[in-house]
Design a protein around this ligand. Structure first.
Ligand SMILES: Cc1cc2nc3c(=O)[nH]c(=O)nc-3n(C[C@H](O)[C@H](O)[C@H](O)COP(=O)(O)OP(=O)(O)OC[C@H]3O[C@@H](n4cnc5c(N)ncnc54)[C@H](O)[C@@H]3O)c2cc1C
Ligand code: FES
Length: 247
């Protein structure tokens, strides 16, 4: 959980890299609203007030056999940590990188260096396969022992629906709205296997075949009007220091 300054809100970000010698962790983020745009305005050498973590449960990394790792959008960055860890645990890893369009694809070289095979998919077909339909054909040809997916909720839902008939255990990283990230506020409630669980302390990884995605999508949108107003107020009141987000 990251708080930029004393008036900032807490936002959850996924650790996508670390350097134990230097004592650093890395995050990759999309500038979607006030806090992430403020983060994007920071310069090298600027300070963030508070980083709390790691929170939640560690990913299950062990030898499964053949693992399919799928990362979409900004979550391509953290899926690469899983690709690396799964390979180091002795798995044969096939990686799928999904993006909206050609210009949003990144880390293809890193994926190729770590994976047996790499597939690219884009929403508009400007690079690789158009959409995720190719996955069905791939799963008919090849057997996988586990699938790990990180990305937009709609993508994780689609992948879970595709892998279900093939009985491939599918682990997704849920991104409900979070406030404390420590099990106290209850904002991150999700329904998995008919049980109400907390995204932060019970997850963030859950069984994609058991997750109530419709509920999650509705809950994620709860604060949309306030988020839009917050972002606009910040942009128009001179909050942006770098000039890119001035309304
Ligand atoms: C476990 C977890 C891991 C995440 N990892 C990453 C990551 O690695 N990179 C990345 O770019 N994004 C990640 N996100 C999403 C990120 O937290 C939101 O994009 C960010 O909080 C948006 O804040 P904002 O003020 O910029 O935008 P806002 O305008 O406030 O919100 C834009 C959208 O972001 C989501 N959101 C807003 N506030 C929160 C919140 N407190 N908690 C969760 N979602 C929120 C909502 O869907 C909202 O509609 C993660 C979310 C979760 C729950
Ligand atoms: S974020 Fe508050 S309980 Fe999970």
């Amino acid at each position: 959980m990251v708080i930029i300054h004393e008036k900032g809100e807490r936002v959850p970000l996924t650790i996508c890299g670390y350097n134990a010698k230097k004592g650093t962790v890395s995050f990759a983020f999309h500038e979607v609203g006030k806090t992430t745009k403020e983060l994007g305005c920071l310069n090298v050498g600027d300070c963030i007030m508070n980083v709390t973590g790691p929170l939640g449960n560690p990913s299950e990394i062990k030898k499964f056999g053949k693992v399919l790792c799928i990362g979409g959008s900004i979550m391509i960055a953290p899926i690469m940590l899983q690709v690396k860890a799964m390979k180091e645990a002795g798995n044969k890893v096939t990686t799928v990188l999904g993006c909206r369009s050609k210009e949003f694809l990144f880390m293809e070289k890193e994926a190729k260096a770590l994976s047996e095979k790499v597939y690219i998919a884009s929403d508009d077909g400007t690079i690789g396969n158009k959409g995720l339909d190719f996955l069905k054909a791939l799963l008919k040809k090849e057997k996988f022992d586990r699938c790990v997916v990180m990305g937009p909720v709609v993508m994780m839902k689609d992948v879970s629906e595709i892998t279900k008939p093939f009985n491939i255990p599918t682990i997704i990283t849920l991104t409900p709205i979070m406030i404390d990230g420590m099990g106290m506020c209850g904002v991150c409630r999700v329904t998995v296997g008919g049980k109400m669980l907390f995204g932060c302390v019970d997850g963030p990884e859950f069984d994609g075949h058991q997750t109530d995605f419709e509920e999650l999508i509705l809950r994620q949108r709860t604060m949309l009007p306030e988020e839009r107003v917050g972002s606009l107020l910040w942009e128009t009141s001179g909050g942006c220091k770098c000039g890119r987000n001035k309304a």
